[in-house]
Design a protein around this ligand. Structure first.
Ligand code: SF4
Length: 849
């Protein structure tokens, strides 16, 4: 098996790529298995920062790696600059953990939560050297297996994906992959493995769909019945090396939602509602705080307010973790008068905003959607919120819902609603207006989709009608909603459009930087069928739909009944244990799982022993640490965050700053340029007590990622009289090895009069080229000369510096305490400081201060 080491093989080129750390792995918590029977490349059709925030990816990574015979490694969509680099270097896209080329893995599994992500999959296949079409793959290619709520209509993607697993991974996928590993060990071929996958009842394949009899579905969604009773350990997942979209720990407290909103695809897909047991939630949070190092934890579900005892849970979590400055979020909380105190509780550490998912502004239309967000009730809630100190609120609406009646226009009603709310409450409003897409497997799957002209007219009306001083209005590109609708509602013909758009450069369409709507428009206009009409048209109730081969468990009869009720503006009762309006999902072992709310504050569980919040700073620790290989590409701010998390994991009594958002009092002497590796970076932090050097190094090295290692530490007491001095005050400069990629270029640089002039202008120790061997030189520079020196080399070579020379820092140097002396080893500068402080502390003690 090939292993690509990008930090070595692509060092020279990575400097020209945006956020290269996306492609390097090496994070804390990554799992590398030396051997396994089956290699599973776990992919996501978007960039690292989106993929690493995705809950499904975390669950899959953890679950697959628990299988002893399976090696699961991550591979995410490359940005176009990295895609181009790989093609230029003739390297295939590879997994982050071991650098295994995608085309050498057994299974490429992809989680698609959003249909337009499909072009991201094509980019992964293409750069991974895997044929785009299933029909072109051979026995040596991986099997492409997709899952997620974005593939419940597999037809448009069926020419690219070999098999679709419908439903929840815990309910069959892990077992299936374990079986594949056994088969592989016994010599099974790719075709054998694919046949085994296709035979699974939750798997849809194009072949099974074509062979369907009497219109019966060929794949039934797998539902994880053990969700609520799970006593498994927490999900283990690498902690990102750069800032990601959801940069906090996540605990899934509930799967499914009881409310049955008729427009909501996720609400149908994740039925029934299952609440996670409180003990498991507490142990998951514990794991995220102590092993993940997170200080923000999100309690995730489709509707967190529907978790029984959510207030008790939040009280308990806040009590357990306040001393560690950990805060909690409920990202999908329905705001009502009961949840305001809850929001206040969360704001004790960090303030969060108020968000209202209204969707539609008329009370009767709320009933049509099976919602109950009534205008007067909202005004009451907001007045109460204002009384409690909130001054801003965000409202979500959609246009194009199939609810308009009685000559009323939804865009006018949305504007009236917002003006009225603002007038009555004087709260600053943000309006977020989406375009509704009637998704498959919902009661609105037969409804008409708003065309782009009408959508733009409605959105334009709303934008123009809300005064900018009082409202911030955010609206989407109508064409993006159209392409999403085309993919989610279309048939196999859509696959040809996707492929052609991809070939003409479309990928990562959700990113403004890379979206190419004009290309999509051109491809759609060239199709031999009327794509717009087919995408937007209303379907008749007896029409055969492209997604009929997939059964999510919700019956078509139920969806039809719900559609009728929507037309009549009638509510359907929320899911409950004594369901009176069954949708078809529950039965056998599948049922609503409700966690009983316990009145006691701590739910009857013993609170863990809580160390006291660290007291006053009494000792300063100065450390040197390495920053090598992939760590050389970690941006400075991310490096600081990595240290913050490592402190949390270490359990050491690090002093935090005061204020609303406390942070560890930590500093790094100098920020290194991206791509510059180092044997000796200098950092410092403080404790409220003396701790031995060995203990500090052991605890921190256990808590930092592999290529960040503390090599030395120095501890000295702080006095009450002398202010702690910043590390930069001691920093003289650095020693480096400059390794030129081309000796001729090095000779040309060194012979250039600008270079010799620079050396002459920095006499003595200011710039010393100590020795030259081959194309490497040792260089010692005061730190303010680093940049001019590099700029000069780049200017003479007429190339970006990262293409001329590889720079590695070997030492940090401090000013000599004797001003006439040469720069010294960084730690030496602290010896007199430490001696003086020890003396002053002894004097302070003696005088009783
Ligand atoms: S069967 Fe009833 S309780 Fe179960 S998911 Fe359907 S509506 Fe909800």
């Amino acid at each position: 098996m090939t292993h690509i080491d990008p930090a070595s093989e692509l060092t020279r080129e990575l400097g020209s790529v945006l956020n290269p750390v996306r492609y390097l792995g090496g994070e804390y918590g990554q799992i590398i298995k030396e051997s396994a029977d089956l290699t599973f490349a776990l992919s996501f059709p978007d960039l690292y920062e989106i993929a690493m925030s995705n809950l499904a990816i975390k669950i899959l990574y953890d679950g697959l790696n628990r299988l002893p015979s399976v090696r699961c490694e991550r591979v995410f969509a490359p940005a176009p600059d990295f895609e181009e680099l790989l093609k230029r270097k003739k390297l295939p896209l590879y997994t982050l953990e071991s650098g295994i080329p995608v085309n050498e893995t057994d299974i490429l599994g992809i989680s698609i939560g959003y249909e337009p992500g499909i072009t991201g999959l094509l980019a992964i296949l293409d750069t991974g050297c895997v044929p785009l079409h299933c029909a072109d793959r051979t026995e040596s290619d991986p099997i492409v297996l997709a899952g997620g709520c974005g593939i419940t209509n597999p037809a448009p993607f069926s020419q690219f994906i070999d098999a679709f697993f419908i439903g929840e991974a815990e309910a069959g996928l892990f077992r299936l992959v374990g079986e594949l590993a056994v088969l592989k060990r016994s010599g099974a071929s790719r075709s054998d493995l694919l046949a085994h996958i296709a035979a699974h009842p939750a798997v849809w394949t194009a072949g099974k769909d074509m062979a369907r009899k009497n219109g019966a579905p060929c794949a039934r969604r797998a539902v994880y019945d053990g969700f609520g009773n799970s006593s498994d350990r927490a999900v283990c997942f690498p902690v990102p090396h750069m800032r990601v979209v959801q940069d906090h720990g996540v605990v899934e407290i509930m799967r499914g939602c009881p409310n049955g909103c008729r427009f909501c695809h996720a609400g149908m897909y994740y039925r029934p509602q299952r609440m996670m047991g409180i003990e498991r939630i507490l142990s998951d949070v514990d794991y995220l705080v102590h092993r993940g190092g997170y200080r923000e934890v999100s309690l995730m579900s489709l509707s967190s307010g529907d978790y029984a005892g959510i207030d008790n849970l939040l009280s308990e979590l806040t009590a357990r973790y306040a001393h560690k400055n950990v805060s909690f979020q409920l990202p999908s909380l329905k705001v009502n008068s009961f949840t305001l105190p809850l929001l206040e509780k969360m704001a004790e550490i960090r303030k969060s905003g108020l968000t209202f998912a209204v969707e539609t502004p008329v009370d009767a239309w709320q009933l049509a959607l099976n919602k109950e967000v009534y205008r007067d009730k909202m005004v009451d809630i907001m007045l109460e919120a204002k009384r409690r100190g909130w001054s801003k609120a965000k409202f979500y609406f959609m246009v194009g819902l199939p609810v308009e009646k009685g000559g009323k226009k939804e865009e006018e009603e949305i504007v009236n609603f917002l003006l009225d709310i603002q007038d009555r409450t004087r709260i600053q409003c943000t309006a977020n207006i989406g375009i509704f897409i009637p998704k498959p497997h919902t009661p609105y799957q037969w409804s008409k989709q708003l065309d782009t002209v009408e959508a733009d007219r409605k959105l334009g009306f709303i934008r123009r009608s809300l005064p900018p001083g009082k409202f911030k209005v955010s609206t989407p590109w109508s064409f993006n909603s159209f392409t999403e609708a085309m993919m989610s509602r279309g048939d196999r013909r859509v696959g040809d459009i996707i492929l052609e758009a991809y070939k003409r450069g479309c990928r990562l369409d959700a990113w403004d930087d890379w979206a190419k709507p004009e290309v999509w428009r051109a491809v759609i206009s060239e199709a031999s069928w009327d794509v717009a009409a087919e995408t937007t048209r209303e379907r008749s109730l007896d029409e055969v739909l492209p997604w009929d081969g997939v059964n999510l468990g919700v019956t078509k009869d139920f969806l039809k009944r719900e559609k009728t009720r929507s037309d009549r503006e009638e509510l359907t009762r929320a899911c409950s244990l004594d369901c009176v309006e069954p949708c078809g999902v529950c039965g056998g072992k599948t049922a609503v799982q409700v966690e009983e709310s316990k009145p006691e504050t701590n739910n009857g569980l013993a609170l863990p022993e809580m160390p006291a919040r660290p007291g006053e700073a009494s000792h300063r620790v100065v450390v040197s640490f390495t920053k090598k290989k992939e760590a050389a590409f970690i941006p400075h701010l991310s490096l600081i965050e990595i240290w913050h998390k490592a402190f949390q994991r270490s359990g050491l009594p690090v002093i935090f700053t005061e204020g609303f958002n406390p942070m560890p009092r930590f500093e790094i002497a100098q920020s290194l340029s991206l791509g510059v590796g180092s044997d000796e970076e200098i950092a410092s932090f403080m404790f409220d007590r003396e701790i031995g050097v060995d203990e500090i190094m052991a605890a921190m090295n256990e808590s930092l990622p592999g290529n960040l290692r503390i090599t030395r530490a120095f501890v000295y007491p702080l006095t009450k009289q002398i202010r702690r001095e910043a590390l930069t005050k001691f920093l003289w400069g650095n020693s480096y090895v400059y390794s030129f990629y081309d000796k001729n270029v090095m000779d040309a640089v060194f012979a250039d009069s600008r270079f010799t002039g620079f050396v002459a202008a920095h006499p003595g120790s200011m710039l010393s080229v100590f020795a030259s061997r081959d194309s490497s030189v040792n260089v010692r520079l005061p730190f303010h000369s680093d940049r001019p020196f590099r700029n000069l080399i780049a200017e003479i070579a007429i190339l970006p510096i990262h293409e001329v020379v590889k720079i590695h820092k070997t030492a940090s140097l401090a000013f000599n305490p004797d001003p006439s002396g040469e720069p010294v080893d960084f730690f030496e500068a602290f010896i007199p400081v430490a001696e003086m402080n020890r003396r002053l502390v002894a004097e302070e003690k003696a005088s009783g201060k």
